[in-house]
Design a protein around this ligand. Structure first.
Ligand SMILES: C=C(O[C@@H]1C=C(C(=O)O)C=C[C@H]1O)C(=O)O
Length: 365
């Protein structure tokens, strides 16, 4: 067979597969619509339906990854299913998501990675505003950064948990690649100012020291904001990610300039919905202890004696007294697991205050 004939035959096959995929996706979407009808029918008076089920979505993605035999890798396949589920859920109810904006931030990328693209996403000017928007019920969920593998905790987010009653419903992890971006009119040999968010400047500190030691580094409210400023200034550059580069039509003078190649940020999904166990969950708590010797030890012993895996511990000033602290702790397990309940009961006896921020499926993607 000639090359042209072979290609023709393959394209006929692809067309027929696409038709089958189309039919199957439509059938799947109809099932999701039916799920919505069933949920509506069994609603008690005054009750609002819950369409979004993070624990179910985590299971679907994991199931797909287990079944997948290639040639697409697991992450790629799960990403496709993530989008199918997002569109199916939007038929039931399009989710409204507030995120730390403006458009083009890594937090927006995290929101889309977690929920897929079929959501209504609203950029907020500050982390606290995301919390307030969720608390006011103006959106279903919020997305905020909580820690970076190079720079550590995002304190604004931790402190916001002290001020708002919020449930953590999920987590997302995103590899963060930073680029040095310039506009069409930038004179690249005359750059005298580099804009970015303070976290991003810190994540690229060594690269900047080596390549632009004498250039002023200006911290702005987000790296998308940095990218926007560069558009109209011939002597400045921005450090930002792909989304911001695309959004503001900037080009990359240098790519992947983060000091650590595994630079990642973890984001939290905040809302008001408790998530049932999936068998592969994490829990976040805030505990404040009496200000006495051995307080931290007392807090940690119950975890150790029950063999619970702590994934993170962070300390912040409590704001209720000078030199008193609260501990933010993440660990593996769900607060409904009997073992975890036992640990929490033991901590409760020693702590001045204990707040379970939420149990949620471990990030799948
Ligand atoms: C279909 C459902 O509702 C939503 C859509 C899902 C999907 O498309 O697979 C999964 C969970 C829910 O977020 C359901 O509850 O099963």
């Amino acid at each position: 067979m000639s090359e042209a004939d072979q290609l023709k035959a393959l394209r006929v096959r692809i067309d027929s597969l696409d038709e089958k995929i189309l039919e199957l996706i439509s059938e799947r979407a109809s099932c999701a619509q039916e799920v919505a009808r069933v949920k509506m029918r069994s609603l008690a008076a005054g009750e609002t339906p819950v369409f979004y089920r993070p624990e179910r979505e985590a299971w679907v993605l994991k199931h797909i990854m287990e079944l997948n035999q290639g040639p697409l890798d697991n992450e790629e396949m799960a990403r496709l299913f993530r989008e199918i589920m997002s569109s199916c859920l939007a038929l039931e109810q399009p989710l409204k998501i507030a995120y730390l904006g403006p458009e083009g931030t890594f937090t927006q990328a995290a929101a889309l990675k977690h929920f897929g693209h079929a959501v209504i996403s609203r950029p907020m000017a500050a982390i606290d505003e995301v919390f307030r928007e969720v608390a006011a019920g103006a959106v279903n969920f919020g997305v905020v950064p909580v820690e970076n593998s190079t720079e550590g905790a995002v304190n604004h987010t931790l402190d916001s948990f002290l001020e708002h009653d919020m449930v953590i419903c999920g987590e997302v992890e995103l590899r963060i690649h930073h680029h040095l971006l310039v506009g069409d009119t930038t004179k690249t040999d005359k750059i005298s100012r580099i804009y970015s968010h303070a976290q991003s400047l810190a994540q690229c500190r060594k690269w900047l020291d080596a390549n632009y030691p004498n250039v002023e580094r200006v911290a702005v409210s987000s790296n998308a904001d940095a990218a926007r400023r560069v558009k109209s200034e011939w002597n400045s550059a921005a450090i930002a990610g792909d989304m911001a580069a695309e959004l503001y039509g900037l080009s990359k003078l240098a790519e992947k300039i983060e000091d650590r190649p595994d630079n990642s940020t973890r984001f939290l999904i905040i809302g008001s919905q408790e998530v049932p166990p999936t068998g592969d969950d994490k829990t976040s708590i805030i505990a404040s202890m009496r200000n006495k010797p051995g307080a931290l030890h007392e807090l940690l012993v119950p975890f150790h004696s029950n063999g619970i895996d702590l994934t993170r511990i962070e300390t912040r000033p409590s704001r209720s007294g000078k030199w008193t602290y609260v501990f933010f702790i993440d660990f593996v397990g769900h607060h409904r697991d009997p073992l975890i309940r036992d640990v929490l009961d033991r901590i409760q006896q020693e702590a001045v205050a204990l707040k379970v921020l939420g149990s949620y499926p471990k990030a799948v993607l």
